[in-house]
Each structure stands twice: as C-alpha cells, then as structure tokens.
Design a binder for this molecule. Structure first.
Ligand code: PLP
Length: 223
C-alpha cells in the first residue's frame, strides 16, 4: 500500500476515533471538527484526502501554504484552510488572502495587522488566540496572565469577533491539565470555541470540549 492510500485509511480511522471519543464524552460527534494538518506534505499527498471527503486543512507556514493551496481551493471551493503556526506581521496580508482561520493570534500587534487586513480585503476570518498554557519560553502564545488584556484589546480596540482559544500543551506534561485550563479560561472570557488536541492527545481534548482538533502525522504519516 502506498503512502497516499495509507493516509486515506488513517483518516477514516481518525474519524472513527473522534466519533467514539465524542460519544464517550456525551457530545455530538458532529460538534468536533477535524483539521487535517498537511504541513510538509505535497499536493499529491493531499488530493486523495480531499477526495475522501476531508474539507478542513491546516498549515503552519504562509509561504508553504501559498505554494500548495490556491489551485486546490479553486478546484474545491468548499475547502477551509486554517493557519495553525506562528504568523509574522509582514505575512499578514497573504495570510488573510489565503486562510479562512488563524489559530495563532498571540500579541496585540499581530491582532491589529490581521484586523486591518480583514478590513482592507473585506474578508472575515475565524480567529483564535493561542495561549502558552505551559508558560514555555520557546513557545508561541500569549502568557495566561496576559490573556485577558489581549482579549479585551481585540474586542474593544479592534472590534474583532474572536472565535476562541487554542493551545499546544508541553510535550512532557499531562495534556488534560492544559485542556481543562483552556476550557475554563474560554468560559470565563465568554469565548465559544476551543482549538486543542493533536495526533497524540485529540481524544483527551475532545473529552475536555475541543471543537477543533488539529491532526497531522496520525493522518499523513511521520514528517
Ligand atoms: C503540526 C501541528 C499540528 C499537528 O501535529 P501532529 O502531532 O502531527 O498531529 C497541530 N497543531 C499545530 C499548531 C501544529 O504545528
């Protein structure tokens, strides 16, 4: 079996596991949306996954996404492309042109340039604030202590309608603690959606209320 057929089989397995995890959590399986993170995989690897019915995809770099997605989006107009990696302000224009959602808003400046671009381009993206729940120095995301100020800035100064919060738990810690924390902060701040859970921990994330899970290697294979 080649790696492309394997991706389609793994996609189907992941979908089953999402359904099971949602049922176990007493949730509607339809309420959990799967983002297939296709970073580092090229178009021939992605097309079979689209043809198998997957519509939400994630990339972590604007340049890489620009090389892969404009043609695919023209061909499949109902595709949704999510930026899950860090965004530099000099890439905001291209990001707003290409993506339908950004999961990595983590400072006032990037929120402001994205808001400006959405205005200019007349586009409305779904925006998540990434929270550095483990307070890891090398990791992107707003520190938990600065989250409330950032949310207020987005709402009051920029008039952005935020979708919710996103996190990536530290690799060596129990993810449940971080997912529970993110869910609690979202609730306290009146934010509806949670982007959390990757290949290794999406079932746990679903138990804690994930609306979007971002799964890469468990579908496409090791990078
Ligand atoms: C790569 C990536 C994922 C997917 O990770 P896997 O472990 O391959 O499932 C999810 N979220 C973000 C932000 C990523 O960069």
């Amino acid at each position: 079996m080649n790696s492309m057929t394997a991706a389609v089989e793994r996609l189907s397995d992941i979908r089953k596991r999402i359904t099971e995890a949602a049922r176990e959590a007493g949730r509607d399986p339809q309420s959990v949306r799967l983002i297939a993170v296709s970073k580092t995989f090229d178009v021939p690897h992605i097309v079979p996954v689209i043809e198998a019915g997957q519509r939400l995809f994630g990339e972590n770099r604007v340049q890489e996404a620009k090389a892969k997605w404009p043609d695919l989006k023209a061909q499949f107009p109902d595709l949704e492309l999510h930026l899950v990696g860090a965004l530099q302000s000099n890439k905001a224009k291209e990001a707003v042109q290409l993506f339908d959602a950004i999961h990595s808003i983590d400072r006032p400046k990037i929120a402001r340039v994205v808001a400006d671009e959405m205005d200019k381009q007349g586009r409305k993206l779904k925006l998540f604030i990434q929270v550095n729940t483990g307070e890891e120095p090398q990791k992107a995301g707003v520190m938990p202590g600065e989250l409330e100020d950032l949310v207020r800035y987005c709402r009051e100064e920029l008039r952005i309608d935020l979708a919710g919060l996103m996190c990536i738990p530290p690799v060596d810690e129990e993810p449940a603690v971080h997912f529970a924390f993110l869910a609690k902060r979202a609730e306290e701040l009146g934010l509806k959606e949670l982007s959390m859970g990757m290949s290794a921990d999406f079932e746990t994330a679903i138990a804690f209320g994930a609306d979007y899970v971002r799964v890469g290697s468990a579908i496409f294979g090791e990078r």
